[in-house]
Design a protein around this ligand. Structure first.
Ligand SMILES: [Zn+2]
Length: 408
């Protein structure tokens, strides 16, 4: 079946993405754009799926779904290109030759999400792509003027996070999202320039492992739910008492890990986007009762402070001291802790750029926290002090309490 160019152009001009998606979902206006829960992944919070009337397209910042009205219909209604165009022809009263043979199903509101199994990818995909020699982002990281101690950490950090490189095609840097149980949820494929910045000029500079697998017909996304996780989540297992520091960008998590080391004290994780921080993503961390520090980008301070309130986890702190102390106007509004690290490495060590002197939050081990709690208790109740001295009480962590006592 063929559609003449003129008809196709008329339909494309008529097809308003807000109208079309609005036939299926209730859209909420937010600024110039509209939002609803993403129909293409297991979405629970507004924010990731954005419909833009200005660009006449939709984008999901969580699962990467993106396109115009035709692509939406193809994917959502499982139509061919011709069927989607005919659907729009009917909606806008534009005759499509042969279109009368196609009766579009009426738009139906979203049915309650069926519970589908969580999508997990085969670990062999990760293993086959761990060689990051020649990867533009990794090579740029290697080229920074680190000191010896930091330099010695580079390969360990890249390996530890499971950073990958796609040798075929565009040469993507891959940030695998591996969860706390070691399951590969998906992978983010991003193109970087040799100067360490995102290459946003090349088409297809960003994609997801699951999108590529779906396109290749290797997985069926209608049979599994995508749950993204924080980049670095799997590291929880290796450092059972570490605090968790969360930033927006994967690159920044890597830079900070190389800069400051000591993953046994703090693990850097990346949310992968401003709107990607929520309670369900943090669940494994909260369940383990870890300290959490979040480090927003300059332009994300308000959003993440609000989000922290929504999450409502007692041991979560939004830390903006480095921004207050080291941010300069020329860094721009997008600046984050990664930019501050790079500046401090590349510029003469003046006082204002010396990040090593940055006011790091006081990271306390569980034992230290127990000691603080005990001192606090002694202050409030003098009898505790008496007991403490009489029985020679020492603070212990929960893990130690649960361990069988060694016989003396
Ligand atoms: Zn989505």
């Amino acid at each position: 079946m063929k559609i003449d160019n003129l008809t196709l152009q008329r339909i494309k001009e008529a097809a308003n993405v807000v109208d079309v998606i609005g036939d299926f979902y209730e859209l909420k206006k937010k600024g110039q754009d509209y939002q609803c829960l993403c129909p293409f992944h297991n979405d629970r919070h507004l924010g990731s799926f954005v419909v833009s009337p200005r660009r006449n397209s939709y984008t999901c910042f969580a699962c990467g779904a993106h396109g115009d009205a035709i692509e939406f219909l193809m994917r959502h209604e499982r139509l061919t290109f011709f069927e989607a165009v005919a659907w729009l022809g009917k909606k806008y009263g534009i005759d499509v030759e042969g279109g009368e043979r196609f009766t579009p199903k009426p738009a139906r509101p979203r049915k309650a999400a069926d519970k589908l199994p969580m999508l997990t990818l085969d670990f062999s995909m990760v293993k086959a792509r761990l060689d990051t020699r020649g990867d533009r982002l990794c090579d740029w990281i290697r080229s920074l003027p680190w000191n010896d101690e930091q330099r010695a950490r580079i390969e360990k950090v890249l390996r530890g996070y499971g950073v990958g490189h796609a040798r075929k095609g565009e040469g993507y840097t891959i940030f695998w999202q591996i969860d706390d149980l070691g399951k590969v949820r998906t992978g983010k494929f991003m193109l970087y320039r040799p100067d360490g910045h995102r290459d946003k000029d090349t088409p297809y500079n960003f994609t997801w492992a699951h999108s590529m697998l779906e396109k290749a017909g290797k997985i069926d996304m209608s049979k599994a739910d995508l749950h993204t996780t924080l980049f670095g989540m799997h590291l929880l297992n290796f450092h059972p008492t570490a605090a968790v520091n969360i930033v927006e960008s994967e690159k920044t998590a890597l830079l900070a890990s190389i800069m400051w080391g000591h993953p046994e004290k703090w693990i850097w994780m990346a949310s992968g986007g401003l709107s990607m921080l929520n309670a369900s993503k943090l669940k494994p961390i909260i369940d383990q009762g870890r300290q959490v520090y979040i480090y927003p980008d300059r332009d994300g301070v308000t959003a993440w402070k609000q989000q922290a309130m929504v999450i409502g986890y007692k041991r979560l702190t939004v830390d903006t001291r480095y921004l207050d102390g080291y941010w300069r106007d020329k860094d721009g509004q997008k600046a984050d802790i990664g930019d501050i690290i790079v500046n401090s490495l590349s510029e003469p060590r003046t006082k204002s750029t010396q990040v090593s002197a940055m006011p790091t939050p006081v990271y306390k081990s569980k034992i230290e926290l127990a000691a603080v709690a005990l001192t606090d208790l002694c202050k409030r109740n003098p009898w505790v002090e008496v007991l403490k001295n009489k029985f020679n009480l020492e603070p212990v962590s929960i893990e130690q309490c649960n361990k069988p006592k060694s016989s003396k």
